[in-house]
Structure formats: C-alpha cells, structure tokens
Write a protein that binds this ligand. Structure first.
Ligand code: SAM
Ligand code: SF4
Length: 326
C-alpha cells in the first residue's frame, strides 16, 4: 500500500464517470442538463469502460481496496453496468453515489453486475422542498431507494447536504432513516468552495454537539475520522471537510475526474495528472506521483483556519429530537 509524506495510506478511489447530470441542485458546482428521459451513451471526453478498468487494475496493484463511482450523475451513462462488471473483477468492494432518479429500473442489473452498496442523495422528505433544492422529483428517488433495498444493495446511505436552509429538515431525515431497515444517513457539510454562498455555511461543531446530545452511541471511522452517531436507531455519519484539519489528516482517498485525470485532493484542481493514452508503466508512475505528493489541504496548503465568519454566532435552528411523531 502506498502512503504520502504525511503517512496517509491510500486505500480508496472515487471515480467520476461523467460531468453530466439530469438534476440542477442549488449547491452543486456542476450545471444540470435538464430532464433526461433515459441513460445515454458515453461522451467523447468521458472514460470508456476499458479505460476505467485499466485504472482499477493499477489501483489494485497499489493496494487500493474500495472504489466509489460518482459524477455528475453516474446513471446518466448507459454503460455503467459494464463499468461496474469490469471493476469488481479487480476490486470487489464497489459502491455508487447517485441522485436516485433513474435507480429503480437499474438497481437489479447494477447488483447483478457486482455493485455492493449505494448512496442516494436526499436532502428532505418534503417533495416541494426537494424540488426546490434539487430541481427534480422526490417520488422516483424514493422508489429507487426501495428497489435498492429490495435487491440487497445495503446499506443504502442517504446523503444530506447540511446548509443553513436545510437544517430544519435534518430531524425528519433522521426519523425517516430510523424507520426503515437498511438505511443510514450521511450529513455532508456544504462546501462553499464549490459555488461560494458563504452565508449558507453551518458550524458543524454545533451540529455534532446536537447529534451527540441526542445519541445513544458515538464511534469514529478511520476514513477522515468521521464521527458516527446513533440517534433513535438511525446511524448518522458526519462528513465535514471544510476547515477540518483532522478530516484531511485522515484522508485515505484519491479521485479520478471523468476525463481520467488523477486527483490527490477533493479541494484541489491544480494537481491533476492526465492518464488517458498512457502505457502501463506510465500509468503506474502517474498513480505513484499523485499518491506520494499528496498534501493535507487544511493543515498543509491552508495553514490558517479562517473560521467561516457568517456561521459564527448565527442562530442555530435545529430542534431537539424527542417526540417520534413530530
Ligand atoms: N449526482 C450524484 C448525487 O447527487 O448523489 C453524485 C454526484 S454529487 C456531486 C455527490 C454528492 O455531493 C451528493 O450527495 C451531493 O449532494 C453532494 N454535493 C454536491 N454539491 C455539494 C456542495 N457544494 N457541498 C457539499 N456537498 C455537495
Ligand atoms: Fe450535482 Fe448530483 Fe445534484 Fe447533479 S444530482 S446537480 S451532480 S449534486
């Protein structure tokens, strides 16, 4: 297994298969495409299944043990099953992050191709609010989640972005997850770097304090030292990368853009290493370069930790979780 100069071993790779998307979430840096009736063929600038497989072969040689596919919206691609099928032959632990809108019809085929788990992004269980945030319909997403559970893609993790407007939805998301076997919740800190809107940022320490007060059990995962809280039977994992030195110090993940560029850090785009067209030795060299030259973003590049001032002292709107019927 390869490590960087800060002792961070890389065990995980996150591969974007497209930049395209059929939603238009207000916090996302990528622009949605508008309605997409059905999956489409790969674009020229997107990696082919063979190119993805070549990357995964080298990733396995270097000790990487899990793969996550993402986008854009990965289910926009009609060949995702083939990509997954080729990937699991190299690294069996393969998962997917999706907006869920096209999951229902493909969950079984994805499972048959070897997919193990799925993350589905749901910020709220209110259909109007969902449409207002994600510019898409909640109903097909919920059907996709049910189908994923039915075919055994468990656990299904629901990704909820934590930004100021969405705080009141969080207790309901916790109840929703707690009421269904096989669901977990992932609260993802809104990353203002991507689109600005600094006033949307929430102080995640306050969210974590609130979760702790309402939890029966807390544990810490090795990856990013993410804290997991068990709140009324729901497992709630917090992903809080912004201004978080601990998160970066415990980051074991590299990334690949849809164009096949290796990327050592979520927050950086100035260190991309192209891989398309490289022979096997050069491809191995590219991986080694990206892994060994990684630097923790907060704590390495950004040594000062300017607190997002708009979040400090702002009213905190989370109600206490007490009444299951509320
Ligand atoms: N389209 C898929 C989806 O929505 O799940 C996969 C790609 S999306 C970029 C991956 C995750 O990043 C989603 O859970 C999404 O909600 C989250 N995300 C997007 N923009 C974000 C931002 N500015 N801050 C935090 N999370 C964000
Ligand atoms: Fe971005 Fe995913 Fe929303 Fe599409 S569905 S706009 S990729 S967060």
């Amino acid at each position: 297994m390869l490590a960087d100069a800060f002792g961070r071993e890389v065990t995980d790779i996150r591969i974007s298969v497209t930049k395209r998307c059929n939603f238009g979430c207000i916090y996302c840096h990528d622009e949605g495409l508008g309605p997409v009736a059905r999956p489409r063929a790969a674009h020229e600038d997107e990696m082919t299944p063979t190119e993805v497989e070549r990357l995964v072969v080298v990733a396995r040689e270097l000790g990487i043990r899990s793969v996550k596919f993402t986008g854009g919206e990965p289910l926009v691609r009609s060949d995702l099953e083939e990509i997954i099928d080729r990937t699991v032959r190299q690294i069996p632990d393969v998962s997917l992050t999706t907006n869920g809108s096209m999951l229902e019809k493909r969950a079984e085929a994805l499972r048959d191709a070897g997919l193990k788990r799925v993350n589905v992004s749901v910020d709220t269980t209110d259909p109007e609010e969902f449409r207002s945030i994600r510019k898409g319909s909640l109903a097909p997403v919920l059907r996709g989640i049910r189908e994923a559970l039915r075919v055994g893609l468990k656990p299904v993790k629901l990704n909820t972005v934590v930004f100021r407007r969405n705080l009141p939805n969080i207790p309901r998301m916790i109840d929703f997850v707690g009421s269904s076997d096989g669901l977990k919740l992932q609260l993802i800190q809104f990353m203002p770097e991507l689109i600005d809107h600094r006033s949307w940022v929430v102080d995640m320490q306050e969210v974590k304090d609130w979760l702790e007060q309402n939890s029966s059990h807390v544990y810490v995962r090795e990856m990013h030292h993410r804290h997991v809280y068990v709140v009324r039977g729901a497992e709630v994992e917090v992903v809080d990368p912004v201004y978080n030195r601990e998160f970066c110090s415990n980051c074991h993940r590299i990334r690949v853009t849809h164009r096949g560029e290796l990327k050592g850090c979520l927050n950086r785009n100035d260190d991309l290493v192209p891989t398309r067209g490289l022979d096997d030795d050069a491809l191995r060299g590219a991986f080694r370069t990206v892994i060994t030259t990684r630097v923790p973003f907060y704590g390495g590049f950004v040594r000062e930790f300017p607190a997002p001032s708009s979040a400090r002292g702002a009213p905190f709107e989370l109600p206490m979780v007490q009444d299951p019927s509320s």
